[in-house]
Every structure is written in structure tokens, then in C-alpha cells.
Design a protein around this ligand. Structure first.
Ligand SMILES: [Zn+2]
Length: 389
């Protein structure tokens, strides 16, 4: 290292367990970031500043004004320009020693493995399920550690996936993408800018920690951060021996384009938590009053409203914004309900919905609540335009 480099990195070199050796490892390292977006932006800046030798980025999009509140690599002046150009210019300012490698392509089943082979570790900054599954599958097939990060509205998730080191992969948690339309996209649901900064920075931290050899990799966990409830939950994620990708007898042995049909951007939540953190997840009462439900439903992030009555009852009148699954169909269809949002269930008088809420709780929807008194009470107390019957 030159005196200039020693000076630049001195404050991390003096860290216990890091040293000049860790710095040399970083300089020899090749890191690939998928996307120069909300997660890729802070991750790239910290990785460049830390002195990663080669920093690759896959990105084909251009900078748009509505990106700027979270994609901090890009400036207002860059609107309309390719994100890769903007990223390279900014990263060169941060650290001219880093070799930047732009891949101006859409990541596909055809090109993913060739690109991944050039790197030591991959950071996923993608914002849709199709790419997320493609990135996971390519990383597992190429035996590259994957630093997973995802954000949705006020919630962030982070994990290190590396089946070749003994940990799980993303498919061990979520074997298949959710059905199209089951979860809204970021464009519809919104995303909190500083949360992208926090999760992207943690991804950079995980990568540096791994590359510099500071500590054992935190395999087998997924950490979720809820920026509204101000709570971190750590889920235990064991490797699934039946995983179609990294299990004992995998059925996914190559990347087939048909497997990565575009879906959406939200982050599903696993059901199982550590013993430590499950006690931390409080459950709301199983019933909710009409007045409390009204204010919850008027909030910026309303719960899912589920009507479990029969079709003929819904035809008489319903509460605006409801989803309809008759109670008897719930055991077959509950999987289409989003797991990462609270649920308010209602029926005519609150009996069927109470059963539905208890059933949903037994399936891991721990925040499901039943509207006490049903739509009848709603009509009496909240909205007289809903017909009583
Ligand atoms: Zn797996």
C-alpha cells in the first residue's frame, strides 16, 4: 500500500481484527452489486470508500427524479442519464483507487452466471421478485456468498446466504415467488428513503466483514427491522434439506428463463422466529372495536381488510377496500394474504370473523384481528350508509 492508501484506510486498519491484512484482502476482493438503486447506492459508496479492489454493478436503467429520495449515488443533475454513468462518476470521487466495472445489461438467466463468475461475493439490491430469485439461484449455482437485502415501505430485511458454507439460501425460506398481484409493488406501496440507506449500509458492512475475515459469517439468520415499531427481529433460518436449489436432491440445476417471470417488489416474512425474539413480537387482542378499526383503516399503512361472509351477503353491502374470502374457503386460500401486514377480519356479527382470526393466527398471521360486532356494528357506529340486514 502507498502512504496515501495507508492514510486513507488508517481508521479501519487500526480496528482489532482488521489490520493491514484485512485491507489487503479487501483490495484483492471483487464485489458485484445488483442494481444502483436504493440499496445499491449506499452499499456501493461504503464499499468504494472501504477500498474494495473491484466493484462491479449490474444496471441498465436511467436516473429518474422519483428515485432521488433514496438512490443517493445519483444527483439531480443526473436525471435522464444512465445510472451506471452516474454511479461511476460518484464512486470515482469517493475513491479513485477502486476499479469500477459497469455491466450495462438487464440481469437474465442467460448472462447471470457469466457475470457472477467474475466476482467473490454478490450484493442483491434488486427491487423485484424475478430478479431476486435469479440472483439467489445464480449465486448458489456459482457458489458465491450472497448478501441479501430487501425493503418494503417501513420494513427492511438482511441476511447472508451461502449454502456452500453451510447456510441456507433464499429459497430455503421462500421456495417460490408469491403469485402475481399478491403483494403491491414499491411504486404502489411506497418506500422509506433512509431505510434503504440503513439496509444498504448493513449489506456493505456484511460484505466487508466477510471479505476482510473479521468474524465468522452469520449464517442461518434473517434480520428484520421495522422502522415504525422500532423493532429488530431475528429469524432463525435453517438450511432446508428439501430445498429445490440447495437441498440434498435439487431439482433446480440450471437457470431457465421461464422460472424468472417478472413479479413485484415486496419482502415476504418467514413464520418462524428465534425463541429470543418471538417473545418480543407482541400480539394485539384478537378482537378490535369498530372505532379502533376505523382509525386503523384510515391510517397511511392500513391493515388488510378481509370479509369472510358469503357472496350473497357481500352483495347487500360491504366495507370499502375489503378482500373477500368466504370462511369455508379460508383454509385453501389464506396463503394469498400478505404476511407482513396486520389483518382485520369481519363478518355479519363477529362470530365467523373471530373463528377466521383465530385460524389465521394459528397459521402465523399473528396480527389478525376480528371486528367485534361485525358489519352490523360498523353500520350502527361508523357508516350508516352500509345497509343492515
Ligand atoms: Zn436453499
Amino acid at each position: 500500500m502507498t502512504p496515501e492508501e495507508l492514510q486513507r484506510y488508517s481508521r479501519q486498519i487500526i480496528l482489532p481484527g482488521f489490520g493491514a491484512e484485512g485491507q489487503e484482502r479487501l483490495r484483492a476482493a471483487r464485489v458485484l452489486i445488483i442494481g444502483a438503486g436504493g440499496l445499491g447506492s449506499p452499499a456501493a459508496i461504503y464499499l468504494a470508500a472501504a477500498g474494495v479492489g473491484r466493484l462491479g454493478m449490474v444496471e441498465f436503467d436511467t436516473v429518474e427524479r422519483h428515485n432521488l429520495h433514496r438512490q443517493i449515488l445519483h444527483s439531480d443533475a443526473a436525471v435522464g442519464r444512465p445510472k451506471l454513468e452516474s454511479a461511476e462518476a460518484r464512486l470515482r470521487e469517493v475513491n479513485p483507487h477502486v476499479h469500477f466495472a459497469g455491466h450495462a445489461v438487464r440481469l437474465t438467466a442467460e448472462n447471470a452466471r457469466d457475470i457472477f463468475e467474475e466476482y467473490d461475493i454478490v450484493l442483491d439490491g434488486s427491487d423485484n421478485f424475478a430478479t431476486r430469485y435469479l440472483v439467489n439461484d445464480a449465486a448458489v449455482l456459482c457458489r458465491k456468498p450472497l448478501v441479501y437485502g430487501a425493503i418494503f415501505q417501513f420494513e427492511g430485511q438482511i441476511a447472508l446466504f451461502a449454502p456452500h458454507l453451510g447456510g441456507p439460501c433464499y429459497r430455503c425460506l421462500f421456495p417460490e415467488p408469491p403469485p402475481p398481484g399478491a403483494v403491491p409493488s414499491c411504486a404502489e406501496a411506497g418506500v422509506f428513503g433512509a431505510l434503504a440507506g440503513a439496509v444498504g449500509s448493513l449489506q456493505a458492512l456484511l460484505a466487508v466483514r466477510q471479505l476482510a475475515g473479521i468474524a465468522e459469517p452469520p449464517l442461518g439468520h434473517l434480520t428484520r427491522f421495522d422502522a415504525v415499531r422500532w423493532r429488530t427481529t431475528r429469524f432463525t433460518v435453517p438450511k432446508d434439506r428439501n430445498c429445490a436449489l440447495c437441498g440434498d436432491t435439487p431439482s433446480i440445476k440450471d437457470l431457465h428463463p421461464a422460472r424468472y417471470a417478472p413479479v413485484v417488489c415486496a419482502a415476504p416474512v418467514p413464520e418462524q422466529t428465534d425463541g429470543m425474539s418471538s417473545a418480543d413480537e407482541e400480539e394485539p387482542p384478537v378482537e378490535i372495536t369498530a372505532e379502533a378499526a376505523r382509525s386503523r383503516l384510515a391510517a397511511k399503512e392500513p391493515p388488510v381488510l378481509l370479509d369472510v361472509r358469503e357472496h350473497f351477503e357481500v352483495d347487500i353491502g360491504a366495507i370499502n377496500g375489503h378482500r373477500h374470502i368466504p370462511l369455508r374457503q379460508l383454509p385453501a386460500k389464506y396463503g394469498t394474504l400478505p404476511r407482513n401486514r396486520p389483518l382485520i377480519v369481519y363478518c355479519h356479527h363477529g362470530m365467523r370473523s373471530l373463528r377466521a382470526a383465530e385460524f389465521l393466527r394459528s397459521k402465523g398471521y399473528t396480527r389478525a384481528q376480528s371486528l367485534a360486532g361485525g358489519i352490523d356494528r360498523w353500520s350502527l357506529e361508523i357508516d350508516p350508509s352500509v345497509p343492515r340486514y
